[in-house]
Design a protein around this ligand. Structure first.
Ligand code: SF4
Length: 148
């Protein structure tokens, strides 16, 4: 059984451990510690966005909803603090400049062009960690991140 651990920017870092090789390890798979809890309004906005974009792009949420939840909260935190949903799974020297530039605002250019989401928020069906859902509730987000 594969072990999946969401390290998220949210609190630790984004990491995956699995018996099988993880999907496309990325040197960018790191997240930044969230400084503040995102507002519920922004979490809800990013939750709805994620559901809509998954359906539109034909991608699915991770089989481990905690991964999805952490990324959504990371996006919401950036929306609150930067005014834009900057990808939470990368390190930036200047987050404000990156948010203004837009390349890594969700959905980022790699996702839009090649369906590459290194945060594992949007997974193509062939991904080992793809679940079968394109929906997540606010309650699920709260429950799966309650101890983070
Ligand atoms: Fe980050 Fe891009 Fe995935 Fe959005 S689509 S969570 S910006 S990697």
């Amino acid at each position: 059984m594969k072990a999946l651990q969401a390290s998220t920017s949210y609190n630790v870092g984004f990491g995956i451990s699995a018996a099988a090789p993880p999907p496309r390890p990325s040197r960018h798979r790191h997240v930044i510690l969230a400084q503040v809890e995102p507002t519920e309004k922004s979490v809800e906005i990013m939750r709805k966005f994620s559901e809509q974009y998954a359906r539109r792009s034909g991608t699915y949420f991770c089989v481990e909803k905690g991964v999805t939840s952490v990324v959504i909260k990371g996006l919401a935190e950036h929306k609150d603090t930067l005014g834009a949903p900057l990808c939470p799974c990368r390190h930036y020297d200047d987050k404000y400049a990156e948010a203004q530039q837009g390349f890594w605002n969700c959905p980022c250019v790699p996702m839009r062009e090649r369906k590459e989401c290194h945060c594992m928020l949007f997974l193509t069906p062939d991904n080992d960690f793809a679940g079968q859902e394109q929906a997540i509730t606010l309650e699920e987000i709260k429950e799966t991140t309650a101890n983070m």
